[in-house]
Design a protein around this ligand. Structure first.
Ligand code: DGY
Length: 320
């Protein structure tokens, strides 16, 4: 009997709407290997996956009985969307519901990196703090500083709202003119005048290493870079070099090029606050994300059109 394959443990109750369907859940919470995914997708009529599951053309071609793929994430760079479309498989994701949680985390990283909280806490825990001193852990004052937001979608805008509350000047760059005050058509120019840069673009071929050695060199040596989007938007090694050589002041990073690995140079770079991809990690948000993915899978299994569909062309020609 065909089943819905769920590649990782979800929060309790998330799969309840699918209780009348056959489920095969990897409850171990260790990601399936690519070989396991290839094997288990055979015979599945739906796939619920997460970032970190590589749903490439090989997996999609092995899933000959698949009628839907839903990722419990807004980002879908781990799924070969073209291969899914070629096979006529709808792919769904979970936009909107994680905007505020991710913006909170991005802003947390802005503060933590600007105020050197990571190194200060490490020193305190390792008992190397010698007591208060006037020139200790001096950081960047956010009030009056300029925040350059790269990617002005929902999450970028949510970060902008927070920044205004902190007295920051907010400017932004996006691929298409936003029509809003503070828009910079030229990314390089925006980078060169920003005190803090926060990245909110999806990972695509155009945005891979968008922040590379050349662009890092354009930034002020007092600047802070924050990345909560996708690791590969930044050249991790170039960032580590820029931090080590003092060419930028600090960084706050939640996402990495080869998760769960982190570039060793970044691990030892000064003034880097490093978090393990927890942008959307609140109970409310993770519950809402799963609920969105599960509802879309249920819709397809019941012959309805899913809501958060990434490749609507698979329904062209009269799908319900
Ligand atoms: C997403 O939804 O793409 C996030 O990175 C997961 O937290």
């Amino acid at each position: 009997m065909a089943y819905t394959l769920v590649t990782r443990r979800l929060l309790p109750g998330s799969l309840d709407p699918l209780s009348h369907y056959e489920l095969k859940v990897n409850d171990s919470d260790r990601p399936l290997s690519h070989d396991q995914l290839l094997e288990q997708v055979q015979g599945a009529n739906a796939l619920i996956c997460l970032p970190g599951d590589l749903v490439d053309a090989e997996v999609i071609e092995a899933g000959t009985t698949l009628s839907v793929i839903a990722t419990v994430s807004v980002g879908f760079d781990h799924i070969d969307l073209s291969a899914a479309s070629r096979s006529g498989i709808p792919v769904c994701h979970t936009p909107d519901v994680l905007d505020e949680a991710t913006a909170d985390l991005a802003f947390g990283l802005i503060i933590a990196a600007a105020r050197r909280m990571g190194e200060a806490e490490r020193d305190l825990r390792s008992l190397s703090w010698q007591g208060w001193a006037v020139d200790q852990y001096l950081g960047l004052e956010l009030n009056g500083a300029t925040l350059g937001i790269v990617g002005f979608g929902r999450i970028g805008k949510a970060v902008a709202r927070r920044a205004l509350g902190f007295g920051m000047q907010v400017i932004h760059h996006s691929r298409h003119p936003s029509g809003e005050a503070g828009y910079f058509p030229d990314l390089d120019q925006m980078l060169s005048i920003s005190d803090v840069v926060s990245l909110h673009v999806p990972l695509t071929e155009e945005t891979r290493h968008l922040i590379d050695a050349r662009r890092l060199a354009l930034m002020k040596d007092t600047a802070v870079l924050v990345n909560t989007s996708r690791g590969a938007v930044v050249d991790e090694e170039a960032l580590a070099d820029a931090l080590t050589e003092g060419r930028i002041f600090a960084a706050g990073i939640d996402v990495y090029e080869q998760e769960p690995s982190v570039h060793p140079k970044l691990l030892s770079a000064p003034r880097a606050v490093l978090l393990p991809h927890i942008g959307s990690a609140t109970t409310a948000t993770r519950t809402a994300m799963a609920s969105r993915a599960v509802a879309d899978v249920k819709a397809v299994l019941e012959g309805r059109r899913p809501i958060y569909l990434l490749n609507p062309e698979v329904f062209a020609g009269g799908g319900s």
